[in-house]
Write a protein that binds this ligand. Structure first.
Ligand SMILES: [Zn+2]
Length: 242
């Protein structure tokens, strides 16, 4: 293989690693925001149950004070009843008393409903709290892992960048320029292997004469995709993602 071409192949190996690690690094903020969003949702659920419990407690308090008021009124009416002289007045007061008694019954059943709902809500606040604890723990672990991963990726990338500079220096300017053009056009592998007599990038057959020359190390550029086709050991090209 042409000296510069094998240098290009090594450069490409470094670039493929760099691409992969940079892509992983770029994905970290997204992973973090997923973790944050899950945690925020769990916090929100918990806060929702908590505020429902507070509402239930204040509704029960309100019922209590309404009941106290109604009872006072009832006692007042019953005392008044004794002092009434006419049948009409007496009848009217009995009606008022019945009304207040009915009101007290209503308050009692409302209080029962509230207590019943409170019991259920206490059960769900336990669940929401457990869920929140679980999510908090998971989020902090995940954040820690992502921070570690980010640190090691940055170190690895800067090491590879140094490596890349050194390797690029060994490749001829002409090849390097062509290679950069291919990469910029979105081809992650600018150098591919000759695979069963075809370009390892686009699978176009290579004319037999050219295939022989590739085997001899002559540089060959695929007329269809423009990639350099080289004879890799065992004729197997690097994994290609176009
Ligand atoms: Zn091709």
């Amino acid at each position: 293989m042409e000296g510069s071409l094998s240098g290009l192949l090594m450069l490409q190996e470094v670039d493929l690693l760099l691409d992969r690690e940079r892509a992983e690094l770029a994905g970290i903020p997204g992973e973090l925001s997923i973790v944050e969003a899950e945690l925020a949702a769990a916090r929100n659920d918990f806060a929702g149950v908590e505020s429902r419990l507070a509402d239930l407690a204040s509704a029960q308090k309100k019922c209590e004070s309404e009941k106290t008021e109604a009872r006072q009124k009832l006692a007042e009416y019953r005392t008044k009843l004794l002092s009434l002289r006419t049948n009409a007045e007496y009848k009217a007061m009995l009606e008022q008393i019945a009304y207040v008694e009915k009101r007290i019954d209503d308050i009692d059943s409302r209080t029962l409903e509230l207590m019943y709902e409170e019991d259920g809500t206490r059960g769900s606040i336990e669940d929401a709290r457990k869920k929140l604890d679980r999510y908090s723990e998971r989020a902090s672990k995940k954040k820690e892992l992502l921070a570690e991963r980010e640190k090691s990726l940055r170190e690895e990338i800067s090491r590879l960048e140094g490596d890349r500079t050194a390797r690029a220096a060994e490749v001829s300017v002409r090849l390097l320029r062509k290679y950069e053009q291919l990469r910029m056009s979105g081809r992650s592998s600018a150098v591919v292997g000759l695979v069963r007599g075809a370009c390892g990038g686009c699978h176009t057959n290579v004319p037999p004469q050219n295939a022989v020359e590739i085997g001899q190390g002559v540089s060959y550029s695929c007329p269809i995709c423009g990639r350099y086709v080289v004879d890799l050991d065992g004729n197997r090209g690097p994994a290609e993602g176009v």
